[in-house]
Design a protein around this ligand. Structure first.
Ligand code: DLL
Length: 433
């Protein structure tokens, strides 16, 4: 039977959801106008006042916010309450440019943790469960967000943070952890380490995993589910909007329900900025309608996905987003062809390789080169050159069929690609340097 953390909200009628959104949007626009001069100026430039926003129908009149605005307004320019009312900051890892610093009031934290509690409950979690949180703790939102959600559900929470993989496995076994929360690449690594320790899925008490913070394919899901003997659920979020729990997967495992009582989602064409209908792929844009301290309106996430209002078998009524296909800023353009790392991953996993790979893009004599290093499993490992050559050729063919591009594939020894305890680094683009 499907369980909900807040059934009256999660299964509310579409009319009710719209009524909440209409009312909260109007209030939020007023709050931002009164308290965030940066955004007020953007509204004024478009000739708008709060009176022009009477409900969700008027959402598209509002100006967008992007990462560039966050950079410009860093650190306090988008904060909507006096700092004395803020109780926390969280921040991104800042691999590209300046870090995003997001602010929270106690009420913001509370709503964020509710969203994470919904995700844990949707994965089958109850107060009988032991929830091990192996996302990083600290500035990264993964650990603190799911920690709070796990407390709200009443799970016995093990805040291991990431790293020290053998100790992770010891805790899972000794303390009977039933739910594991971490990045999918770390889940795969934990699975791999368990296998090396001679452990089979039935010797591991886990039943579910809540994995997100980076893109992962359906193939990788099946792989992790098999190795750990669990059901693996996706969870999505970003620091700018709180952290994990903006959207989460239910038992249907076919897209993530967006918590629409807190976030209005749109998908837009990234070029024309026009909103797109359900089923069409574009950039995800969110308007936070309940957050006080960091109230972003029409924030462009750069994540590419599709929305669906189709009825879900789990009984939840909130719109679903597909797994993000990639980011507008991680899409590689190689010899003019758009390539997402996830497409490469799909080919590898189809041919029985683990998701341990690195994509190296370079430019040699004005031509882009695509080099994919793929790790063999210990079972595949051989020094038979004929066998290696034919495996490499099968991968080159698979990649050509998927991408329409010829890649150079190099098979490398097991364990030679560095493992990630957080978000994996899959792409090295030497062209930018
Ligand atoms: O990654 C928050 C999070 C923590 C989500 C734990 C889920 C679990 P940031 O570090 O700000 O926040 O990175 C946000 O990560 O815009 C997406 O590009 C990507 N991302 C997050 N979840 C998923 C997912 C956290 N389930 C950025 N699938 C987002 C694919 C994801 N990409």
């Amino acid at each position: 039977m499907e369980r909900y953390y807040q059934p009256e909200i999660e299964t509310a009628s579409r009319e009710q959801i719209k009524a909440w959104q209409d009312e909260r949007l109007v209030r939020q626009v007023r709050h931002v106008w009164d308290n965030v001069p940066y955004y007020r100026r953007k509204m004024e430039e478009k000739g708008l006042t709060p009176d022009d926003i009477r409900g969700t129908e008027d959402l598209r009149k509002l100006p967008f916010l992007s990462k560039a605005d966050l950079r410009e307004a860093y650190p306090y320019g988008l904060v909507g309450v006096p700092l004395k009312d803020c109780v926390r900051i969280q921040s991104t890892s800042g691999t590209t440019g300046k870090r995003v610093v997001a602010f929270y009031t106690q009420a913001d934290i509370d709503l964020w943790e509710d969203c994470c509690a919904r995700a844990i409950t949707a994965a089958g979690g109850t107060n009988e469960d032991v929830c091990q949180i192996s996302y990083g703790y600290g500035l990264f939102t993964g650990g603190p967000g799911l920690n709070g959600g796990s407390h709200k559900v009443g799970c016995l929470t093990i805040p291991t943070s990431s790293g020290n993989t053998e100790r992770q496995i010891m805790f899972i076994r000794d303390l009977n952890a039933t739910i594991l929360c971490c990045t999918p690449s770390y889940a795969a690594y934990i699975g791999e380490t368990m296998k090396e320790m001679g452990l089979t899925p039935d010797q591991i008490p886990l039943k579910a995993g809540i994995f997100g913070a980076e893109a992962w394919s359906e193939e990788m899901r099946r792989d992790i589910e098999r190795t750990l003997g669990i059901k693996a659920y996706d969870i999505y979020g970003l620091t700018e909007l709180s952290g994990p729990g903006v959207a989460f997967e239910c038992s249907a495992q076919s897209g993530m329900h967006i918590n629409e009582d807190h976030f209005i989602a749109e998908v837009i064409d990234p070029e024309t900025e026009e909103p797109l209908p359900d089923g069409q792929q574009g950039e995800l844009v969110f308007t936070a309608i309940t957050k006080q301290a960091f109230p972003l309106l029409r924030y462009r996430t750069r994540d590419i996905c599709v929305l669906s209002h189709e009825k879900c078998s789990c009984g939840r009524t909130h719109v679903k987003m597909s797994k993000p296909r990639g980011r507008t800023d991680d899409m590689l353009i190689i010899r003019g062809v758009n390539v997402f790392p996830s497409q490469i991953e799909t080919v590898l996993i189809h041919q029985g390789y683990p998701a341990n790979y690195q994509i190296i893009v370079d430019r040699v004599r004005n031509t882009d080169t695509l080099d994919v290093q793929v790790e063999m499993t210990p079972e595949m490992f051989t020094d038979d050159m004929g066998e290696i050559t034919s495996r490499q050729k099968a991968l080159v063919d698979g990649l050509r069929a998927m991408l329409g591009l010829t890649a150079k594939v190099t098979l490398v020894a097991p364990k030679s690609i560095v493992r990630s305890e957080g978000k994996a680094v899959r792409v090295i683009d030497k062209r930018k340097i």
